[in-house]
Design a protein around this ligand. Structure first.
Ligand code: UD1
Length: 367
C-alpha cells in the first residue's frame, strides 16, 4: 500500500456531483489507499446548479476551482483543458491518476489534459453509447473512452460497447452505478420531505418534468409543441417543472411567460428535493440521463423525450420508455400510465449502493 498515491477527482457539472460524492465517502474511510484532491472546473457555477449539491451531498470545498464555465462548446472545452493542464502542471509531483465522470464537456477536457501529461485517466460511466453523434455528450463519451486507461462501467451495455470497439478486457471494470449509491444514501432524507406539498401540489397525483437537451429546447418549434402537449397533459395531471437555466433562457426567448397554474415552473431543485419528487411522482417526463436511471431504480414510470438512450438497461430492466418524434405520443403514454398505475422494480447488476467501493478497489489495483 502506497500512502503517497495522489488521486485527482474532477467534477464540473451538476450530474458529476452525485457521481463523485460516494467516491469521496469511500476515500475518506480508506485514507491509507489514496491522498485525493477535488477539482471543480466551474462548468456549472450557479448556487442552484452547483453550490447546493456540494453542501447537500457532503462534498468538501474543492481544492481547486477553475472557474471555466460558460461560452460555446469549443470555448468551454478549451478553457477547461487549459486551466486543468495548468492545475496539473503546478502540482509538486504528477498524480497517480485522474478520475473523470460522465459525459460533460469537463469530462473530455480534463481527460485530454491529463493523458497528454502521461497521467493515467479513469473514466467513470465508461462505454455508454447513444450512437447519436448529434449529441455533444456522445462525442465526449467516445473521445474520453478512447484516451482513458481505466474504464469503469455502470451497466451491461457499457461493457458490450467497449468490447465491440476492441478495448482490451483488462481495461474494463464493471463496477455498477455510483449514482445509485448516492440515491440509496439519500433515500431517508428524501422520504422525510414533502416537496410536492411545499410546491403546492398534491403529492399523490402529479407528474415531474425536466428538459434541457438542445434537441428539445433549442428549436423554438419543437419547444413550443412540447409545451403545448404538456399543457394538455396538465389538465388531467398537475405538472411540476424545475427549469434548467438553459431551458429558462429558451422559454423566455420563445416568449413563454405564464403557462397556467397546472404547470408549476420552479427553479432547479437540490438533490434531496428532486429525489423526493421522483419517488412521489405518478410519472416522470425527462430528457436527462441520470433521471432515467434513478426512476428505474425507484420503479417509477419514466417517459424519456429522446429517440435513443445510452442507458438501454433502463428500457429493458427499468421503467423507461423512449418517446421520440411527435410529442402527441407523450399524451398517449401518460394516459396509459394513469390507467394502469403499475410500478415495476427489477434489480440491475451493480446498482446496489456499493459501486463506489468497487471503483476504489479497481483504482487501488490499477494505479
Ligand atoms: C451540461 C452537459 C449535459 C448535462 C447538463 C446537466 C455538456 C455538453 N452538457 O449541459 O450533458 O446533462 O449539463 O445540467 O457538458 N448555466 C447557468 N448556470 C449554471 C450552468 C449553466 O446559467 O450554473 C447556463 C449558461 O447560460 C450556460 C448554459 O446554461 O451557457 C448551458 O450550460 P452548459 O454547462 O454549457 O450545458 P448544459 O446545458 O448545462
Amino acid at each position: 500500500m502506497n500512502a503517497a498515491r495522489h488521486l485527482v477527482l474532477v467534477a464540473g457539472a451538476r450530474p458529476n456531483f452525485m457521481k463523485i460524492a460516494p467516491l469521496v465517502r469511500v476515500l475518506r474511510s480508506r485514507p491509507e489507499l489514496f491522498r485525493w484532491s477535488l477539482v471543480h472546473t466551474g462548468q456549472h457555477y450557479d448556487e442552484k446548479m452547483s453550490g447546493v449539491f456540494f453542501s447537500q451531498l457532503g462534498l468538501p470545498e474543492p481544492d481547486a476551482h477553475l472557474g471555466a464555465g460558460g461560452g460555446t462548446h469549443g470555448q468551454q472545452t478549451a478553457r477547461i483543458l487549459e486551466a486543468f493542464e495548468g492545475y496539473l502542471m503546478q502540482l509538486p509531483a504528477a498524480p497517480a491518476g485522474v478520475l473523470v465522470a460522465g459525459d460533460v464537456n469537463s469530462t473530455l477536457a480534463c481527460a485530454l489534459a491529463a493523458v497528454k501529461l502521461h497521467i493515467p485517466v479513469a473514466h467513470l460511466e465508461a462505454g455508454l453509447r447513444s450512437f447519436d453523434r448529434n449529441m455533444p455528450e456522445e462525442i465526449n463519451r467516445v473521445m474520453t473512452d478512447a484516451i482513458s486507461d481505466i474504464l469503469l462501467v455502470s451497466e451491461p451495455a457499457g461493457e458490450a460497447n467497449l468490447r465491440a470497439e476492441g478495448v482490451a478486457a483488462s481495461k474494463i471494470h464493471y463496477v455498477g452505478n455510483v449514482m445509485i449509491d448516492t440515491l440509496v444514501t439519500h433515500l431517508h432524507a428524501a422520504a422525510s420531505l414533502d416537496t410536492a406539498a411545499t410546491l403546492g401540489v398534491d403529492g399523490r397525483n402529479f407528474g415531474l418534468i425536466t428538459l434541457h437537451r438542445p434537441s428539445n429546447v433549442d428549436d423554438p418549434a419543437r419547444l413550443e409543441s412540447l409545451i403545448s402537449v404538456l399543457q394538455r397533459i396538465s389538465s388531467r395531471l398537475p405538472l411540476v417543472f424545475p427549469v434548467h437555466p438553459r431551458t429558462k433562457q429558451k422559454l423566455s426567448d420563445a416568449g413563454f411567460g405564464h403557462l397556467g397554474d397546472a404547470i408549476r415552473f420552479v427553479e432547479p431543485l437540490p438533490y434531496d428535493e428532486l429525489l423526493c419528487l421522483q419517488r412521489q411522482a405518478t410519472v416522470v417526463i425527462t430528457d436527462s440521463g441520470g433521471i432515467q436511471e434513478e426512476t428505474s431504480f425507484l420503479g417509477v414510470p419514466c417517459l424519456t423525450l429522446r429517440p435513443n438512450t445510452e442507458r438501454p438497461v433502463t428500457t429493458t430492466l427499468g421503467t423507461n420508455i423512449l418517446v421520440s418524434g411527435d410529442p402527441a405520443e407523450l399524451a398517449h403514454h401518460v394516459d396509459q400510465i394513469l390507467r394502469t398505475s403499475s410500478r415495476k422494480q427489477t434489480a440491475i447488476p451493480g446498482w446496489d449502493g456499493k459501486a463506489a467501493e468497487r471503483v476504489i478497489g479497481a483504482l487501488d489495483a490499477a494505479l
